[in-house]
Design a protein around this ligand. Sequence first.
Ligand SMILES: [Zn+2]
Length: 144
Amino acid sequence: MLQMTKAVYDAIRAHGEETYPHECCGALLGRSTSDGWQIEAAVKADNTRTDSAHNRYQIAPVELVKIEREARQRGLAIGGFYHSHPDHPAHWSQTDFAEAHWLGCSYVITAVANGKAAVTNSFRLAGDTEENKQFEQESIEVQE
Ligand SMILES: [Zn+2]
């Protein structure tokens, strides 16, 4: 299960509407609990994939380092990543899977249909190596 505040949930959905028809992306900062990640902040990232920004996303390594530092300063850790699927279902693609390397982290995808945020799903990257990793859909609990 992925737990997040309403403010975070609204922010990642709004980000997807903002960048439509391109994908948005960002990181989720929180704490690890026995029930999964408790997300307390979303950090927007620039989509560095200029070649195909409508169906690819990538956070630049230098930006990721900055995000990790910010997380540490706030006593949090990177618990996941989010991106949007403009006019596409909220399900991971083969590219999303190939480019997901943060085992134990949650990957949140929001479908944005005609500029409006629709379904938001979360997939936890399970497994303990790159060879046996797999996405498992998990529920999202939004807290007021
Ligand atoms: Zn995707």
